[in-house]
Design a protein around this ligand. Structure first.
Ligand SMILES: Nc1ncnc2c1ncn2[C@@H]1O[C@H](COP(=O)(O)OP(=O)(O)OP(=O)(O)O)[C@@H](O)[C@H]1O
Ligand SMILES: [Mg+2]
Length: 349
């Protein structure tokens, strides 16, 4: 209010009127009506002149700045012209808007830079991981072509190895595709009522052989549970559990066990997947959900891991509006846990 052009013009006009009238007062033969007329005309003319100058210098300039900003088509610049013109201090308002705009743009540039670095790293990781199985398969096939094919035993062994490398390649490409789709939100979760016990038992059946090879027992708790309904995307949650249970088997101890435990927690079902395997050192824990992150690269590579499993798990659970927790003790084991909304109260065991 104090800095409005009208007030400024008024105060200066009053000052000019006061000085003029005061000086005229000392001039002999000046009558009271004359002083009054001079005072009024001094006030009106100086008020109008000053008001016009301020308006011309401030408001019209502000207006033209505003128009140039509009020409730049700055979508984020969202003060309406009317409010600016009516504003008591348009320069201050404009300044504030421009600084807001600048910080918004700075944030955008930062995000773009981060994404650029991330993309570069992602491409480097992907190429590296694609290269390994391709070179291996290529090596076996060339050896076969160079003559090894004549020996049935060797040729069978090499073909088998080449096929394994290509299987690994297929797995990697599938994982990358899933991850990019889930991350970019291309896959919509089809939330439905899912009997999680059924899903877990199916996964146990599929992973039985893998676990059997290392004499690892797959255990569901509570033991005799038949049904526990959650709201989730069946295929995606099955993928989450498959990844976690597979990790439990791969990084578990020979003759150990992988336990999936279900419990109720105020209208939510908590699912814990734990193993008594090699565990994860605390310094690695915050990073294991990053794509391509492997604690022990050589060991993980040897067992066929690409380091994408947990990144996929994290993104699928995020799409279910939940998150995953992990606790681990090196040489003792690891527990992953998350919750899903309960679909119906039927904890039958
Ligand atoms: N249960 C576990 N016990 C010990 N370490 C684990 C466990 N689960 C994951 N890790 C560590 O975290 C890393 C990342 O796991 P993630 O599942 O993302 O990748 P991966 O198993 O190496 O490959 P894949 O993409 O085939 O799953 C693993 O390489 C391993 O070092
Ligand atoms: Mg894994």
């Amino acid at each position: 209010m104090l800095l409005s052009p009208r007030w400024i013009s008024f105060l200066i006009a009053v000052l000019i009127t006061f000085i003029t009238v005061a000086f005229l007062n000392f001039v002999p033969d000046v009558s009271q009506p004359m002083l009054f007329v001079v005072g009024i005309s001094a006030f009106i003319s100086s008020f109008l002149l000053i008001y016009y100058i301020i308006d011309l210098l401030v408001f019209q300039e502000v207006n033209s700045i505003y128009l140039s900003l509009r020409k730049l088509k700055i979508k984020d610049f969202d003060i309406p012209r009317k409010s600016l013109i009516k504003s008591v201090n348009p320069l201050k308002k404009l300044n504030r808007e421009i600084s807001n705009y600048v910080s918004k743009k700075e944030e955008e540039i930062d995000t773009l830079r981060r994404m650029e670095t991330f993309r570069r790293e992602f491409i480097a990781d992907v190429s590296h991981d694609l290269k390994t199985p391709i070179f291996a398969a290529q090596g076996f096939i060339h050896t076969l072509l160079d003559g090894a094919i004549e020996d049935p035993e060797v040729s069978h062994k090499f073909l088998h190895k080449a096929a394994r490398s290509l299987d690994g390649l297929e797995m990697l490409v599938k994982d990358i595709l899933i991850l990019t789709q889930v991350e970019s939100g291309d896959i919509r979760m089809q939330i439905e009522k899912v009997n999680i016990v059924e899903v877990i038992r199916d996964i146990f059946d599929q992973l039985e052989d893998k676990a059997g090879k290392r004499h690892i027992a797959l255990v569901l708790k509570p033991k005799a549970i038949k049904s526990m309904k959650v709201r989730a995307d069946r295929t995606r949650i099955s993928q989450v559990l498959t990844n976690l249970i597979t990790n439990g088997i791969i990084y578990g101890k020979n003759e150990g066990k992988v336990t999936v435990e279900l419990s109720l927690e105020s209208r939510k079902v908590r699912i814990r997947v734990s193993d008594n395997g090699i565990g994860i050192a605390p310094e690695h824990l915050p990073r294991i959900f990053e794509r391509f992150y492997r604690v022990d690269k050589s060991r993980s590579r040897a067992v066929g891991g690409t380091g994408l499993g947990l990144a996929i798990v994290k993104h699928i659970l995020n799409a279910h509006n939940t998150s995953i927790d992990v606790t681990s003790k090196p040489d003792h084991g690891t527990t992953f846990s998350f919750t899903l909304p309960q679909a119906a109260e039927d904890f039958s065991s």
